[in-house]
Design a protein around this ligand. Structure first.
Ligand code: NDP
Length: 250
């Protein structure tokens, strides 16, 4: 199952760029909409030569930028609507329990990793609903309508045995746990509209965030991720998965 159209946020580098490269290989996709905060500087992304690729500016924490973006997506996908939103963009603010208390840092972390995911998904709902309504029956898939969010294993409450000290990841962990709750709740709220939601940990990946000693290359992580996205069905709705689609514990 491939989506007819896909949006990938934070696609100028790292996992987002890798996801776009994977989607470009899929000839069934008609529109690949890739976002960058600064399109001028997104040279790697813009060097991908494919007429189906649309590179559009999006600053996730700016509502004006988001509204402009959503309107452009509507123009591109037209009456077909949008099949797949991949909320990939994210940041890792260093913040541990023993850090200097800072409301600003906590808000900054949640604004990018959590609030922006919620708001962008909500603003794209009319386009996702449009795509979903083209299909009859109760099947769920990325070829119908889906919101996939790149979370992190560090958002797992069950598997958190290392606390936040080593990577100063208190705010990051909390923002990813919260975005996991978003996917589960979205899946329940949108069940009757047949829009699927699922969250993924991409693995530990060699990017600016993951560092060069990470276990996986971007190509390894993203090829697995896209293959997993294409296998999603109603049994996965609201779930939280590793890149190979084995379930992660919330
Ligand atoms: P990178 O730091 O390499 O890339 C992050 C991307 O997000 C960039 O495109 C960046 O844009 C964008 N971004 C950050 N803040 C904003 C914002 N306010 N508005 C718009 N775009 C923004 O990270 P990765 O590729 O490694 O991470 C991608 C996702 O995977 C993230 O959600 C991350 O939490 C998750 N993840 C990564 C892991 C890893 O090992 N790498 C492990 C687990 C999860 P810009 O270039 O403009 O800053």
């Amino acid at each position: 199952m491939s989506p007819g159209s896909v949006v990938v946020t934070g696609a100028n580098r790292g996992i987002g760029l890798g996801l776009v490269k994977q989607f470009v290989k899929d000839k069934n996709i008609r529109h690949i909409i890739a976002t960058a905060r600064d399109v001028e500087k997104a040279t790697d992304l813009k060097s991908i030569n494919d007429p189906r690729l649309h590179v559009i500016p999006l600053a996730l924490t700016c509502d004006k930028s988001m509204d402009k973006f959503v309107s452009k997506v509507g123009d591109i996908v037209g009456s077909d609507g949008l099949n797949l939103l991949v909320n990939n963009a994210g940041s890792a603010v260093k913040y541990s329990t023993k850090a200097e208390p800072s409301r600003a840092k906590l808000v900054e972390q949640f604004d990018v990793n959590t609030f922006s995911v919620v708001i962008l998904s909500q603003k794209l709902l009319p386009l996702l609903t449009k795509a979903s309504s083209k299909v009859s029956g109760d099947e769920l898939s990325v070829s119908r309508a889906a919101v996939v969010t790149i979370s992190s294993g560090l958002g797992s409450i069950t598997e958190n045995t290392s606390g936040s000290g080593v990577i100063e990841g208190l705010a990051y962990r909390m923002s990813k746990s919260a975005v996991n709750m978003f996917a589960r709740t979205f899946a329940i709220d949108m069940k009757d509209d047949y829009i699927l939601a699922a969250n993924f940990c991409p693995g530990w990946v060699q990017t600016d965030m993951g560092g060069k000693h990470a276990a996986l290359t971007v190509e390894q992580s993203t090829s697995q991720l896209v293959s997993s996205f294409n296998k999603l069905d109603k049994t996965h709705n609201g779930g939280y998965f590793r890149n190979n689609l084995t379930p992660f514990q919330f």
